[in-house]
Every structure is written in structure tokens, then in C-alpha cells.
Design a protein around this ligand. Structure first.
Ligand code: H79
Length: 454
């Protein structure tokens, strides 16, 4: 309003002079704060996007505070118990695989139960394989007949999950591969075909973004030769033109999943089946399976509770998120033993959640003995093994420990010295068999400490 009046009338009186001056000051501030702003955004790691829209640091920080999410690999392949996508034309002949959807009827699928399982595990977001490399779409897309409507089940699995997540307060996310081994436009590498394939992808993405409002899109399959960096850049801007805040993983560009390069497109790194390296600059999320296979496999070997918790703690200790995968069975249920394991993780997190959610990793690099997280003046020291009655850490050069105590409040005796480091006396038995937490209270903000190599 003010601006409008000013531009219509004379700008000579005192009040408009003041106004103009303040506009100049604001402009000055905006221009000179630009480099800082773009530097913050480049930390997020979207490469090669020129002047295009990028996901804001605030949105990415909110994502990284979540720390723990559920990955779900599901589709008609669960009828065979083999790996999703990869078993097509291998363990399961192609024609057989491509017709499995005609029998796909997971009548016990209950979106609220899946989401409750995730919530009870302490997970804050959920990613569903809306479309894996086998090309089958778990939502009723208008752009391919190879979708859930044409199965006996018919129900919109993606839609039901998006509603259940909203209801139970989890961020709903969509896995969408750029490699579709079912679509002839993708598999028959003829001139013009990829253009048609990318157009279908855009239509499908617009459909899922507008219908289901995903918090994040998890791309995959980007290493195949048909997929070019230019496609990734185009798609990123296309997605941002529909919803500027939707988070995008780094598999829309090319190159390594675990580090940014000039070929990367996307907001965060995605090490697969391994805990990422400590990284205080680039955001990252490790995707790791609870068993061995992504999709359901009968009698697949499941990780122990200790392995599950330590995977989560080492991830948080490296400043990353853990996207932990389950593959539901052909009837639509998650295996009872997996639900139980996830519930145990949730029980651990109910107690120790403040040492994981919203923390930063470091200052020590995680190893097989311990990992640390930090918040404010506190370092949370997670101890995995008791190999001796003492634990010795490298010295904290820029801070002093004022107090040390187990998470339950029990005092821990310690000594510190710049030359010898930090010596912590451990009791005969650690209070928690899977991961015990000692709180180190510092004389200053632990979040500002440099990384300590151990
Ligand atoms: O969706 C999951 C995998 O199907 C997909 N990314 C995760 C999130 C993925 N695509 N490629 N790869 C993973 C790397 C390839 C790994 C392989 Fe294998 C080793 C392909 C064949 C042997 C993994 C293990 C898939 C089948 C067995």
C-alpha cells in the first residue's frame, strides 16, 4: 500500500524521503547479504543449477532434525519373495514378473498400521516405492496402465499412506526411480524416446506432487546411461516449479551417491547399505535394510536390536539421517518379527530420543567403540563396547568438561588433560546393553567445536 502511494504521488516531502532511504537501506542489505545466502544454499549441495530455485536451508535443516525414517519397498514382486526390479528376467522370468500385478491383492494392507509401526519405532518420515525399476505404479496414474487400478486390489496405496501419515504426524515421501525397465520408451534407446519418457515422468511427478503433497522425493536409477545430467537439471526445476519446498535426494543428477560433484543434482547425499562418513557440511541420509533384501523375502536374515540401534547412533553421530527399510509381505502386512524389532528401537528412542533427534553429529568421528552427538553445551557419548574399565578419548582442545553422568543421572568419574585427552572410568557393567549414553557437560557450546580426529 505505502509503496503504491509513494509511486503515485510526489516523492519530495520528508516522510517519503525517509521511506526512500529505508528502501535503499533494505536494498543495500539484500545485495550485500546475497553472497552469504548463496553460500548457505551451496552447502545444501544442489550443483549446476544456475539461477534456478533450490530447496531452502531451513527446509533441509528441518529434514535433518528428523534423523530417522521408514523406507518401504512394496509391489507385486512380493508374491514371489524375490528382489524388487532386479529379479525381473532373472529369478522370475520377465513375462511372469510383468503379469504378477494381475494377482496382486494385499487384502491385509492397512496404511494406518504401517504408519503406526513407523511412529512407534520413533520414525519421523516415511518413503514408499511409488514406482520402482519394474515400472509398476502403486497409485492410479492416468499416464500408464501398469498401475494398481488394474490389479485385483485396485486401492490407491500411495494415497492411503499419504492420508495416514498426515493423520499420525509423519512426513510423507515418495520413491520414484528414473529407470523404468518396463517402459519401451526407456528400454528401446531410439532417438526421441527418452524425450517421451521424460514427458511421462513429468506428468506422473506432477500428478503425485499435486495429489499427495510429498515432503520429499527419493529418486533412484540415475546411473543408467539413458539418464543424463540435463534430464536431472530439467526435472529438478520442474519439480520446484510445482512445489518449491519439496526436498529432492541427490539421485536426480549423475555421479556418486555419497559425495557431491559437478554432476550432482539434488539436496542431500544418499549412501546405500552403509553408514555415511561424518560430514558437517553436506546433508546426508543412509538407506539401510532391516534384513538383506529391499522387498520382502521369506526368512530373510534380520539385524539384531544392537545392530539396528548402533546403525542409527552411528548415523546420527556422523550428522546424518537413517532411512531404515522394510519390505511388507504379499498380504500387505509387515512381518511380526520386524514390527517387534522396530518397536524395540522405539522403546530405546523413547528413553534416548533427546540424544538423537535435533542433535548434530560429532565432535568425535563415530567408530566401533563409540559415537557422539551434541546439542547446546552437551556432548552425548554413546558407548557400544566395554573393552576395559576406562575409555580414553582424544582431548577436547577448545572446551572443558564440567560434569559427566550417565543418562539416568548416575555420576561418572573422569579426568581431562590437553596432552592425554579425556579418560572416563566405566562401571563393571554398562547400564544399557545396546548403547549406553554418558552426558558430557561442557563449559561452552559443543555445537561450535571443530571435528576431532580419533
Ligand atoms: O531400491 C533399492 C535398490 O533396488 C536400489 N536402490 C535401493 C534404495 C538399487 N538400485 N541399484 N542398486 C541398488 C545397486 C545395485 C545393487 C545390486 Fe543387487 C547388487 C544389484 C544386483 C546386485 C541389490 C542387491 C539389488 C539386488 C541385490
Amino acid at each position: 500500500m505505502k509503496m503504491h502511494r509513494l509511486s503515485l504521488k510526489d516523492g519530495q516531502n520528508a516522510s517519503s524521503y525517509c521511506f526512500k532511504k529505508s528502501v535503499l537501506i533494505v536494498l543495500f542489505y539484500l545485495v550485500f547479504s546475497m553472497p552469504v545466502y548463496s553460500q548457505q544454499l551451496s552447502d545444501v549441495g544442489v550443483q549446476q543449477l544456475g539461477s534456478g530455485v533450490r530447496t531452502s536451508k531451513t527446509v533441509i535443516d528441518g529434514f535433518m532434525d528428523k534423523r530417522f525414517g521408514m523406507f518401504i519397498h512394496f509391489g507385486p514382486v512380493s508374491l514371489r519373495g524375490t528382489e524388487i526390479g532386479w529379479s525381473r528376467g532373472k529369478e522370475v522370468p520377465t513375462v511372469e514378473y510383468d503379469n504378477l500385478y494381475k494377482e496382486f491383492n494385499p487384502v491385509l494392507f492397512n496404511a494406518d498400521e504401517w504408519v503406526k509401526t513407523a511412529k512407534d519405532a520413533g520414525m519421523k518420515y516415511l518413503v514408499i516405492t511409488a514406482k520402482h525399476h519394474d515400472g509398476f505404479c502403486l497409485w492410479p496414474t492416468a499416464f500408464s496402465d501398469y498401475n494398481i487400478t488394474n490389479s485385483p486390489f485396485k486401492r490407491d496405496i500411495v494415497g492411503e499412506l499419504s492420508i495416514a501419515c498426515k493423520k499420525q504426524g509423519l512426513a510423507f515421501c515418495i520413491y520414484f526411480t528414473v529407470a523404468d525397465w518396463h517402459d519401451p520408451n526407456y528400454t528401446q534407446d531410439q532417438p526421441g524416446n527418452m524425450d517421451r519418457f521424460v514427458l511421462t515422468m513429468k506428468n506422473e511427478l506432477k500428478e503425485v506432487i499435486t495429489h499427495y503433497k510429498p515432503y520429499m522425493l527419493w529418486f533412484d536409477g540415475n546411473w543408467e546411461k539413458q539418464w543424463k545430467l540435463e534430464h536431472g537439471k530439467e526435472l529438478y526445476q520442474f519439480i520446484k516449479s510445482i512445489d518449491k519446498d519439496v526436498i529432492v535426494n541427490n539421485r536426480l543428477g549423475k555421479g556418486d551417491h555419497s559425495s557431491f560433484s559437478s554432476e550432482s543434482v539434488g539436496d542431500y547425499l544418499t549412501p546405500e547399505q552403509k553408514v555415511g562418513e561424518l560430514n558437517m557440511v553436506d546433508s546426508w541420509e543412509s538407506c539401510i535394510t532391516i534384513c538383506n533384501q529391499w522387498a520382502w523375502k521369506p526368512n530373510d536374515k534380520m539385524k539384531t536390536l544392537k545392530e539396528c540401534i548402533q546403525t542409527l547412533v552411528k548415523t546420527a553421530g556422523g550428522n546424518g539421517n537413517l532411512l531404515f527399510n522394510v519390505g511388507p509381505m504379499m498380504d500387505g502386512r509387515i512381518e511380526a518379527r520386524q514390527i517387534e524389532r522396530l518397536r524395540e528401537m522405539g522403546a530405546w528412542l523413547t528413553k534416548y530420543g533427546t540424544t538423537i533427534y535435533g542433535t548434530k553429529g560429532g565432535p568425535y568421528k563415530p567408530n566401533n567403540m563409540y559415537a557422539t552427538t551434541r546439542k547446546g553445551n552437551l556432548i552425548y557419548l554413546h558407548i557400544f563396547e566395554r573393552n576395559s574399565d576406562k575409555l580414553i578419548l582424544p582431548a577436547l582442545m577448545d572446551a572443558k568438561i564440567k560434569k559427566a553422568y550417565f543418562f539416568n543421572g548416575e555420576v561418572v568419574s573422569f579426568a581431562q588433560n590437553k596432552d592425554f585427552g579425556v579418560l572416563i572410568n566405566l562401571p563393571k557393567v554398562l547400564p544399557d546393553a545396546v548403547s549406553s549414553v554418558i552426558v558430557l557437560e561442557l563449559d561452552k557450546n559443543a555445537e561450535k567445536l571443530n571435528i576431532i580426529n580419533n
